[in-house]
Write a protein that binds this ligand. Structure first.
Ligand SMILES: Cc1ncc(COP(=O)(O)O)c(C=O)c1O
Length: 362
């Protein structure tokens, strides 16, 4: 029996064990065809049900309405930072950006290369610890879209509501909390997520886009950047990441079996609560990074009394089979990423370790 550890990595992140086992079982011969999924043509009768299965499952899990397309792209969520403005923001046009962390900040850098990308709210001055309330947001009248990040993976800061922008198309980077709870897709014109946290492996980015946006793609758009052309070709304008899409199909099957996103939300709340309670009960030894009302259910970020202790904490934890806890290189501290596939018993193991570590070093 292979020994597995508790993997708190922010992404690529832990995948459900039954998904890995199924992929292992089918690795050499998918469905008895004598070939691996990695070896069959994306246009073959073998791959077609994988692609449609992944799409159907996502549509069911997220309750995606008929007038939205689900696309499987490459280039990660980062390519969306460019593709969105390249398609929907011309030179003399305005788009609004809400910046609550490092990923939103990266997104606007690309948008500024296309047009007037405006920061309408930023929490950078206070170290990206909170999110604005809906009432605090003042959108530009002529905004072509408003972009926000529903969960900032590095800082562990999450919106607890879904943004409304009074008719301005809402675009959302949901890379690190999609499928962790129900989303009302109708609130979005476009919602996207790199797969490597809650959807599957890295190398695929899922984009859910409303049909009317497809009509706004500029005529002369480069094909590989053209949402309309990609949608028309069922995400197969070129060779897609077939293996990644196969794992998405398996992961979404697992999610459906587990009861879907509402069931996931319940478990995710329980897991996060256990960890935040441990932080709050530590007499200040552990200090949460995010403001309490913006604490992420997916990425729990905290600090210890010194950088040296943080280094020791991450190293000792790894020795105890609790891996991937070192905070992002840009922020430091500790980050425990506890996506859908991360088991509750791993959270309990971390809390035990935290108690022991604070007793020895407090
Ligand atoms: C919220 C968010 N957006 C964007 C990205 C970038 O994703 P990718 O590496 O797939 O380009 C990440 C990666 O962790 C992320 O967490």
């Amino acid at each position: 029996m292979v020994k597995r550890i508790f993997n708190f990595s922010a992404g690529p992140a832990a995948l459900p064990l039954p998904v890995l086992e199924k992929a292992q079982n089918e690795l050499l011969s998918f469905n008895g065809i004598g070939m691996s999924v990695m070896e069959v043509s994306h246009r073959s009768k073998h791959f077609e049900p994988i692609l449609t299965g992944a799409e159907t499952n996502l549509r069911a899990l997220l309750n995606v309405p008929e007038n939205y397309k689900i696309l499987f792209l490459q280039g990660g969520a980062s390519l969306q930072f460019s593709m969105i403005p390249l398609n929907f923001l011309a030179k003399n046009e305005t788009a609004d950006y809400i910046i609550t962390g490092a990923w939103g900040k990266k997104a606007i850098v690309e948008a500024k290369k296309c047009g007037n990308a405006k920061t309408i709210f930023s929490t950078e001055n206070e170290g990206f610890r909170s999110v604005p309330s809906q009432e605090e947001l003042d959108f530009s009248k002529d905004a072509k879209y408003v972009h926000y990040t529903s969960n900032e993976t590095i800082e562990g800061v999450e919106f607890k509501y879904e943004l409304e922008a009074g008719g301005i198309p809402v675009v959302c980077d949901a890379s690190s909390n999609i499928l962790s709870k129900p989303f009302d897709i109708e609130k979005y014109a476009l919602i996207y997520a790199g797969a490597q946290k809650n959807i599957g492996p890295s190398g695929v980015c899922v984009v859910i886009i409303r049909d009317d946006l497809l009509e706004k793609v500029p005529e002369e758009q480069h094909s590989m950047l053209d949402y309309r052309a990609i949608a028309k070709n069922d995400s197969m304008l070129n060779t897609p990441n077939t293996w990644g899409i196969y794992l998405i199909k398996l992961t979404t099957e697992w999610l459906i079996e587990k009861g879907g996103v509402a069931a996931m939300e319940k478990i995710n709340r329980e897991k996060a609560q256990i960890l935040y309670d441990a932080i709050d009960a530590s007499d200040g030894f552990y200090r949460g990074h995010a403001a309490k009302d913006a604490r992420s259910l997916m990425n729990v970020t905290f600090n210890l009394p010194s950088k040296d202790l943080e280094k020791q904490f991450a190293a000792k934890a790894a020795e105890n089979r609790l891996d991937g806890l070192k905070g992002h290189r840009s922020l430091g501290g500790i980050r425990a990423s506890i996506y859908n596939a991360f088991p509750k018993k791993g959270v309990a193991a971390l809390v035990e370790f935290m108690k022991d570590f604070s007793q020895r070093n407090g």
